[in-house]
Design a protein around this ligand. Structure first.
Ligand SMILES: Cc1cc2nc3c(=O)[nH]c(=O)nc-3n(C[C@H](O)[C@H](O)[C@H](O)COP(=O)(O)O)c2cc1C
Length: 447
């Protein structure tokens, strides 16, 4: 089958630009209004996107005075989207460090049933220091410890979802047999972090397990992705690092004994699109002018685990020595590597760096015409840089609409993107196989 481009819409605030919430073309709806997310998901479904995605942080941002964010809890939102959409995949973030496996496995199984098999889980270990304080941790759980816990969590969650054979429910009113207990089994898990008997109190979902998505990019994060992830979000500010990441991760996936096409790599892409390149650049500058450098400074500090940047003047060129060594950062380690890499190469002032990050927090920002964007997408897709993109429109719905009306048709004409959905589940859209049940492998028929 011909390889197809995959598109995910990342819905965040009123767009991904730091100042999107106050942009005149952004949605007028309150960020607590479910209709806002429903409208964005419906629009992405009209554009035949594979999926939408909701991120999550488990603490209030310190920049609340001057930054609007998503407020609604993502799994609750997926419940509403499961019934307001029909085809599009629905991916929500949930933390392995701060949620109980039994609860989360149940919630995802429920959502998979409710959506007819369209659910994905963005597995995060939660890097934010303020989040740790909301869950009884005096200090932050270390990077290594978070991933060790996540590893056990995944093994356990997969066991819980597999605890039901697909034919466990009989529901035969005539004979009076509702379910076959011999086709349901406990997980009896006892590990370093969790002790769970099981079985789960909900049958296996249409997809068997939700699609597992991951976005860790450190060495440990990549190993984890190679073992478990079926789709990988990743942030790069230039093609060369995105390409190196793609090559490295696909090789790790193969080392883990998996097929490389069963782990899609979707780098972030934040496009500013206009009739001419000059116009697009002007739009991007206008947006950056709306951003507040002090919001940027706080966000930068958060990424580096609370490191104090308040002494740095805004207009003096930066050097890597102004930052802690990324290898020592317990927070968003790989993103700090991206940021220090930019400083090393380009020596921007703090104001310039913050303006670069304001566009999409260290993801790839593009400004140009629809043709130029289609060229870039085609190039990354065919040259081993990406299997698709995590689209991060700077302003919603404005730039999503432009993308759907002017870029999607170009991609379709080039034979890169679907012209209709040809499957029902998120696994169908992503071209992923349904995972075999570890307790009842295919071929082991009901006795
Ligand atoms: C597109 C994208 C979305 C992410 N969403 C979240 C999120 O919602 N919540 C969160 O705690 N971390 C999120 N992360 C952070 C990652 O889970 C991870 O912690 C980060 O990339 C650092 O990777 P590392 O821990 O392997 O160094 C996201 C990362 C990317 C690239």
């Amino acid at each position: 089958m011909k390889r197809q481009l995959h598109l995910n819409l990342f819905i965040q605030s009123r767009g991904h630009h730091e100042a999107s919430w106050r942009h005149p073309k952004a949605s007028p709806l309150p960020l607590t209004d479910i209709r806002y997310v429903q409208e964005m998901a419906a629009r992405a479904e009209e554009g035949l996107f594979d999926s939408i995605f909701l991120a999550d942080q488990l603490a209030l941002g310190e920049d609340v005075a001057r930054a609007g964010r998503n407020w609604l809890e993502p799994l609750t939102v997926l419940g509403a989207l499961a019934v307001s959409t029909n085809k599009i995949g629905l991916i929500a973030t949930a933390s392995t460090t701060y949620s109980e496996p039994y609860n989360l496995a149940r919630q995802f199984a429920s959502l998979d049933h409710m959506s007819g098999g369209r659910v994905g889980w963005n597995i995060v270990t939660s890097w934010s220091v303020p989040a740790a304080r909301n869950y009884g941790d005096a200090g932050q759980v270390s990077h290594a410890d978070r991933y060790a816990r996540a590893e056990e969590y995944l093994q356990l969650a997969k066991g819980l979802w597999d605890g039901w054979a697909d034919d466990a429910i009989v529901d035969d009113r005539e004979s009076g047999l509702y379910a076959r207990p011999d086709r349901i089994c406990p997980v009896n898990h006892e590990g370093a972090y969790y002790k769970v008997a099981g079985p789960l109190n909900i049958p296996r979902g249409p997809q068997g397990r939700p699609v597992l998505v991951q976005a860790g990019s450190s060495d440990t994060g990549r190993r984890f992705a190679a073992r478990h992830a079926e789709a990988v979000f990743t942030a790069h500010m230039e093609k060369a690092t995105a390409q190196a990441f793609y090559k490295d991760l696909k090789a790790l996936v193969v080392e883990e004994g998996r097929s490389p096409d069963q782990a899609l790599i979707l780098p972030g892409l934040s496009p500013v699109i206009a009739g001419t390149e000059a116009e697009a650049r002007k739009l991007a500058t206008e947006m950056n002018d709306l951003a507040d450098p002090e919001v940027g400074r706080k966000r930068l500090s958060g990424r580096f685990g609370g490191y104090d940047f308040s002494h740095l003047p805004l207009d003096k060129p930066l050097s890597p020595e102004d930052f802690p060594d990324p290898a020592t950062v317990e927070a968003a380690r790989s993103r700090t590597e991206v940021i220090v890499g930019v400083v090393r190469r380009e020596k921007p002032t703090l104001r310039e760096l913050l303006s670069k990050l304001a566009g999409a927090r260290g993801h790839f920002v593009f400004a140009g015409t629809p043709e130029q964007l289609a060229d870039l997408i085609e190039e990354w897709f065919t040259e081993g840089v990406a299997d698709g993109f995590n689209l991060m429109p700077p302003v919603l719905p404005e730039m999503l609409n432009v993308f759907i009306e002017q870029v999607v048709p170009l991609l379709q004409r080039r034979g890169l993107f679907r012209t209709a959905y040809d499957g029902e589940t998120l696994r169908d859209h992503f071209g992923l196989t349904r995972p075999e049940n570890q307790y009842w492998p295919a071929g082991r028929a009901a006795e």
